[in-house]
Design a protein around this ligand. Structure first.
Ligand code: URA
Length: 205
């Protein structure tokens, strides 16, 4: 058998090592958070979804997309016919950023500095998982993956490229759907999100 070295390290080992690094990260957002939240899913998944950052429930569970946005996301995946267990799911920012307000913890949008801090982790995660298509959910993920602020409306539903040259399919974040004020726009935007997920899935078949 060949000698194991850094270059032939198997992807499972590389991903485990990266996960350990992320969990040990002591960057500015690590102070407040319960723990870092790393990605989940199979190596070689056809689709790799990138969200913004863990929310309140994810921070406590230590797992991505298990809160309200995650439930919305699961429902949309199911409706689009995308098996969640065949997808890899992660976030651009690995710690929950929030303002403590009484007993609730109010989500804060990560800034450019936060995105930059976690970007090397995200790039390596994508490289190791090596999906056929990366799907960015929302503005933070899109910015982290292309390396500059980009309007979702200009690139939504198209296959563009990450800064490392991987195919990237941008769509909205499921929490955007939760924030819409009226039932009519909610239903319309949800249907559009499901259509995006279907289109992304079709790209990898
Ligand atoms: N929103 C995200 O972007 N990621 C999560 O893991 C949960 C909510």
């Amino acid at each position: 058998a060949a000698m194991p070295d850094l270059f032939s390290q198997d992807p499972a080992q590389a991903l485990a090592a990266l996960r350990a690094e992320v969990l040990a990260d002591r960057g500015p957002l690590a102070v407040q958070a319960t723990q870092a939240v790393f990605g989940e899913g199979p190596i070689g998944a056809a689709l790799l979804f990138v969200g913004e950052q863990p929310g309140d429930e994810e921070d406590i569970a230590g797992r991505p997309f298990v809160g309200p946005a995650g439930r919305m996301f699961n429902r949309a995946l199911e409706e689009a016919g995308v098996p969640r267990e065949e997808a890899y799911v992660t976030n651009a920012v690995k710690h929950f950023k929030f303002t403590p307000t009484g007993r609730r913890r109010l989500h804060q949008t990560p800034d450019a500095g936060d995105i930059t801090h976690y970007r090397p982790f995200l790039r390596r995660e994508v490289e190791i998982v090596a999906p056929r298509l990366v799907v960015s959910l929302g503005a933070t993920a899109l910015r982290a993956l292309v390396g500059k602020a980009t309007a979702i409306s200009k690139v939504r539903g198209e296959v563009i490229r990450t800064e490392d040259g991987q195919p990237l399919f941008p769509t909205v974040h499921p929490s955007y759907l939760l924030r819409l004020p009226d039932a009519e726009s909610k239903a319309r935007e949800y249907a559009r999100f499901v259509a995006d997920l279907k289109a992304a899935w079709r790209e990898v078949q």
